[in-house]
Design a protein around this ligand. Structure first.
Ligand code: LMR
Length: 444
């Protein structure tokens, strides 16, 4: 079990003054960033390096965290077939909920019609404004994405910090450790011992989170202004409300069915949510989320397999955004989409969304990838929503993060790798009886 390294910064329940808690500091930093960006926009835009530097700090540690969690988690598994089962069940979950998210985006766009009445002449759109994104999107072929999961070299995977490549190697290495058995014990012990200082390092880096969130927020508001929100308020509002309802109603039902409350989970991961809100990147919270899910009773092997794969394959927020934004562009430019067009859009989005990432703006590129294969909606229409993408990115990232936290608990429970008493204790306010009343069996 990973020692409780983030306790010092993650809002532990001691009698520490309120302002020493990480979430309070990040919240204050976000508020200060918004004020500074609004009243001194020029200064705000200059603070971008603070946010970028913090994201770099986190990225620096992501590969070791994944490697140690996955390799030691799998090495400790007595039944190696479980690796395949966990991966298979996770993929089934990802496919179901990310498709549901796409369908919900499509339905909401048809009902609310956030782009209706804008009457924008498609000829007036400037394709050059989004040409860079469309070109990036073209680089992402499905075969290319899949073969890229295999790193050219082991060192290369770590050097590039490519999550799926590091995961691929870590799974194989963990399997090899388990197969070697007793002889690999010194290596496993060493890796287990290394876990504590690496997570301690995460805790140290997290102390810089308020500075990163402050800089990133001051930049966002300074550069795009609160005014840009007003112009596309209908789209932004529809997206935020749909995502919130998705989390509370859809993921809430999944949580309830699995014996925990979504609100308690949101409270439990509040530091991570605020970090993502501040930096607009779910990757910024990846190490913290992995640590917390393990402390909530999910076995390390499940956490190590589900969360990193979920960051590529289970992006609920990105999926809601893709169909909603695509239909918004069609509505704003007066393009009538048949049901056939919409189903084609959905099918293409199902594939292209799988390559998205947890970095800010990734969802925008994925939308460009989708629209460049769907003839009915012009990619150039994305110029309409480019200016507000940072605000959409926040919501994509927040929803993606919650989706992956829920997925981890559900898959752990399916595999009987969830300590329900630990989950109840971590989420607080829930008793062991609540959990057993829900018909759950504690993991052995
Ligand atoms: O970080 C994420 O999960 C998504 C990203 O922020 C995005 O802009 O699409």
């Amino acid at each position: 079990m990973i020692a409780a390294p983030l306790d010092a910064v993650a809002g532990s329940k001691g009698k520490k003054p309120f302002y020493t808690h990480l979430y309070v500091q990040v919240l204050a930093a976000i508020a200060a960033g918004i004020l500074l960006g609004h009243f001194y926009p020029e200064l705000g835009t200059q603070l971008k390096p603070l946010g970028d530097a913090f994201i770099k700090l986190v990225k620096m540690i992501i590969a070791p965290v994944i490697f140690l969690t996955v390799a030691t988690g799998i090495a400790g598994m007595s039944d190696l077939q479980k690796v395949g089962r966990v991966a298979g069940k996770a993929m089934l979950y990802f496919l179901t909920f990310s498709t549901l998210a796409l369908v919900i985006g499509l339905i909401v766009a048809n009902v609310v019609q956030p782009g209706a009445g804008m009457n924008i002449d498609p000829a007036s759109l400037d394709p050059a404004a989004v040409a860079g994104y469309a070109a990036k999107a073209h680089e992402q072929s499905i075969v290319g994405f899949l073969t890229n999961i295999i790193p050219t070299t082991i060192v290369g995977a770590f050097a590039d910090g490519d999550i799926l490549q590091v995961l691929f190697f870590s799974v194989l290495f963990g399997i090899a450790l388990a197969m070697v058995g007793e002889k690999s014990e010194p290596v496993v012990n060493f890796l287990n011992a290394l876990t504590a200082p690496v997570f301690k390092l995460v805790a140290i880096l997290m102390k810089a989170a308020p500075i990163g969130a402050f800089g990133a927020m001051a930049f966002t508001i300074g550069k795009y202004g609160v005014g840009s929100i007003a112009n596309l308020a209908m789209l932004i509002g529809t997206f935020y409300i749909t995502s919130l309802l998705f989390v509370l109603v859809v993921l809430g039902a999944v949580a309830r069915y699995n014996g925990f409350s979504i609100v308690a989970l949101l409270r439990y991961i509040k530091e991570e949510l605020l970090l993502v809100l501040g930096t607009s990147s779910s990757e910024a919270a990846l190490p913290g989320l992995m640590n917390k899910m393990e402390k909530a009773g999910c076995k390390r092997s499940v956490v190590g397999l589900v969360i990193p794969t979920g960051y590529s394959f289970n992006l609920d927020g990105t999926n809601i955004y893709m169909t909603l934004a695509a239909l918004f562009i069609a509505q704003a430019t007066g393009i009538q989409l048949s049901w056939g067009d919409q189903i084609l859009l959905l099918l293409v989005a199902m594939l292209s969304s799988k390559g998205a990432a947890g970095i800010t703006g990734a969802g925008f590129i994925t939308l460009a990838a989708t629209l460049s294969v769907v003839p009915s909606v012009p990619v150039a229409g994305m110029a309409l929503i480019l200016g507000i993408d940072r605000f959409m990115s926040e919501c994509r990232a927040l929803t993606n993060l919650v989706g992956n936290a829920v997925a981890t608990i559900v898959v752990a429970r399916w595999e009987n790798e969830l300590d329900t008493a630990q989950l109840a204790a971590a989420l607080g306010g829930q008793t062991g009886e609540d959990i057993s009343a829900a018909g759950l069996q504690p993991a052995e």
